[in-house]
Structures are given as C-alpha cells and as structure tokens.
Design a protein around this ligand. Sequence first.
Ligand code: C2E
Ligand code: CA
Ligand code: CA
Length: 467
Amino acid sequence: MYLHDPASPTPRAARPATTHASGVLWAPQGGWASAAGSLKRLMDQHGSAALCLVHLDASGLQRVQELVGSDSGEMVLAELVSRAARASQAGPWIALMVARVGRHEFVALFGADSAHLGVDDLLKVMGRPIDGAVLGSDALLTLGCAFAPPGQPTDLVANARAALEVARLRGPGSGLVFDPSRTELYCRTERMEGLLATAIKTRVGLSIDYQPVVARADVPGGPGYTLHAVEALARWRCAELGKVSPAEFIPVAESAGLISPLGRQVMDGACNFFKVLERLPGAPVLLSVNVSAAQLTHMGVVADFVGIVRTAGLWPKQVQLEITESIAVRGLRARDLLCAFKAAGFRIALDDFGTGYSSLAYLNELPIDTVKIDRSFVSEMESSPYHRAIVESTIRLAAVLGLDTTAEGVETEFQAEVLTELGCKHLQGSLFSMPLSEPAMRLWLAGVALRGLQTGKDPHTDRNGQV
Ligand code: C2E
Ligand code: CA
Ligand code: CA
C-alpha cells in the first residue's frame, strides 16, 4: 500500500514507482477502512513534517469502465502512484502513500519540510487528466487538497474531503486547496452552493424585488419626479441560512456555475411582473435586469433572452441589461455579445460606473445606452470635491456621447438637486424607494398615482421596502 514504506527511516528512501507492480505499494480494493488506519499511522509517524493530503475523484471513470468493460481503478491508481513518485523526485513533497479509497476515489499523502512550498507543481502533476492512452478515454480528475503544519495533522482528512466536495460542485477537472484561514466562509460557501442549486431547481425561497428609477419631470404643482424604470434585484430567503444578500449569493452562483439558470429565472420572473405593472397607471417604461459576465459565455444567450422577453409579451426594447465594467474588459466575445443584444433591441447600461477597471474609453467603445454612476461617488459627492468632479465629468462626457446617466444610491434631497443640476437624467436610491417586493411595488405605484411621487422615507415601509 505504501509508496514509501513507513518502516524505512526517511521519505527520500521511497522506492521507485515501478515497484508498485509487486502489490506492496497500494491497496486497490482496500477502501477507506484500510486506508484510514494507514493514513493515521503515517501522519503520526511524520508528525514533525508538514503534510499534504490530496483527495482525487476520477470523474468519467465509470464511463471508461463501461467502455473498457473492466475495473480501470487499478490503472488509475498505478498512474497516480507513478505521478506521486515523479513529484517526489522533482520537488520538496515526498509521497508517503497513495491508495484507492472508493470506487472512483483516491488519496495521496505527501510530506515536506515546510508547507506550501512547490505545491502548485505538486497539484499540477497529480491533477492532470488521465490520458486516453492509459484508459482508452480521458478521465478528468477532480481534486481537493489540504495542508497541515508540522505537528497538527488532525483535520487533514476532513479538510481534503471538504475541499473535494466544493471542487466537485464546480465541475469535473476542478481543484481546490482548503484554506484554513477561511474555514467559516469556506463551509458557508460550500453549504450555500448546494442550497442555492436546490433553490433554483425547486424555485423555493428565491424572489425578485424591484427598485424604482425616477426621472425629473414637471408634474402638477411644479417640478417633481415620475417613475421611469424598475430594476429587478434577486432575493433569496433560505430555510437554513436565513436571508442571504445577493452581494453574497450572486458570486457563489457565478463560481458554482449556477448563474445562468438563476439569471434566466430572474429575467423570466421580472418580465412577467413588468407585464402586470404595464397595465397600471404610472407604469415604468423600462425594466432593468442585472447580467453577470459569467452568463455571457455563448451567443445562444441572446436568442434565449429574446425568447423569455417575447414569451412574457414584452419587446426587447423595454428591457435594459445592466452589465459591469468587468464584462467590458473581458474582451472580444463579450463585446460581440453586447452588440448582438443591441441588435436584438435590448438597451445596455454600464453598472457601478467609477469602480473597478474604470475607463472613460468604455463609454465610447461599448454599445451602451446608459451609465449608472456608482453609489460610492454619489454618497461622497457632498464632502469630497474629487468625487463630485468625477460625477460631473462622467455626466458631461456621457451627454457628449449621447448617453443617459442614472445616479445610484441617491439618499438626500441635496444629492438629487445637485445631480439634476449637473444634467443627470435618472435617479435611484432610498430617497425615492429602496427595492420593493411585488405587492409592495404595486402599492407604491398606486400611492404615486394617488398622491404623486413623494421623496423621503415612506412611513409605511422600512429600508428594505417591506410593508
Ligand atoms: P446593484 O446592481 O448595484 O444594485 C444596487 C444595490 O444598491 C442594491 O443592493 C440596492 O438594494 C442597493 N441600494 C439601492 N439604493 C440604495 C441607497 O440609496 N442606499 C443604499 N445604502 N443602498 C442602496 P442589493 O439588492 O443588495 O444588490 C446587490 C448587488 O447584487 C447588485 O448591485 C447587483 O450587482 C447584484 N444583483 C442583485 N440581483 C442580481 C441578479 O439578478 N443578477 C445579477 N447578476 N446580479 C444581481
Ligand atoms: Ca444594477
Ligand atoms: Ca450598481
């Protein structure tokens, strides 16, 4: 079972991988029961060294087995043993053991004088797909890895296994190193990925709030505001985790490959609700929906979105896609996609403008209609001449280029006045309303039809727009 015989004095004395054929280097059918005992013994024995446990899942192996008609696990194990030996010869990590612990699962334990040194090389060697020449068809390896500093190997097995679980959620071929400084977040993220996947599948706990975007207008009694658009914002109330902010679950959805189904649901739900709003007095003219870069991976999304919009009885020109600057810097494919969305009739807004890879050049280069000035600039405008100057120059440049501007996070009358004076057409923020649930949005609209659009905090709603 051992690549390195635990009885031998130093790991460097590990026998070459070729000897695995003798049957002493690994236990092909041993499973966890026998591997766990050996692992523990080795960890105790090498407690003064840094340890690294790699837990591998040979995805696709089942398919290979079906094709080849035999148990290819042994071939994978032999390949892993020789990889471990190669890694031992090249870097500071010495293979202590390689074992098969399940039908498609393997572990490899390494020891070194100091943790993390040369670990990228180690993982690169261990995680490469097993090439078709060995198995008749490529088998992708998914990999979870954990380190233990000298003398503290306690959670190594559990941590490597947890890392593998998350890597599996990310898809075959992924690798993840357990980060002990982020244990809480890591476990939460891990749980969240599974729970979010279930929520998307069952449609339980996910909803959409709508935040008004207003336009300055002459209304009865003098200058005031009318409703221009609503921005759809995803919400998730999870039975286990409680209310989770989109600032937390959207990045999780993106990294777990869940953003496309989630984004489709948001687009679908928002279009259907917008159709309901359309029939009410004072209805908005535009529906704004946030789109992540990770959703724009293939041209098919354009037809997909057109289909959703048309099925709901709307036209693409009624829908604005809010993208961030990170999409803008993603290169040609994203640009082509944005052009295709424009050609299909959608409006495009550049969200959170001023943050990230901010470049005024994007305003000219990308097919956008609206610039959304980030909340951080609006909130600092009163106290910081620098922020005010950025807001001012953005609005001016946008006007020269024929683009609209929307200011986000408008919280005070003063900000609204200054922004309007500077020529900002559309305003959004708690001064008008925080995001509202569907029933609250209907009530808000009915109130506007009755009393006009009031600024300031509505006594009937809290900051989250809950009635
Ligand atoms: P965002 O697109 O910049 O949305 C505006 C955020 O600012 C919202 O936070 C909104 O509740 C908050 N906000 C609006 N006005 C004010 C204000 O006056 N003061 C303060 N303090 N906050 C204000 P929320 O709903 O938590 O959304 C956070 C982010 O999550 C969004 O930022 C957006 O980037 C992302 N997001 C939300 N829903 C979706 C979605 O369906 N798809 C994608 N891809 N991203 C989404
Ligand atoms: Ca937005
Ligand atoms: Ca924004």
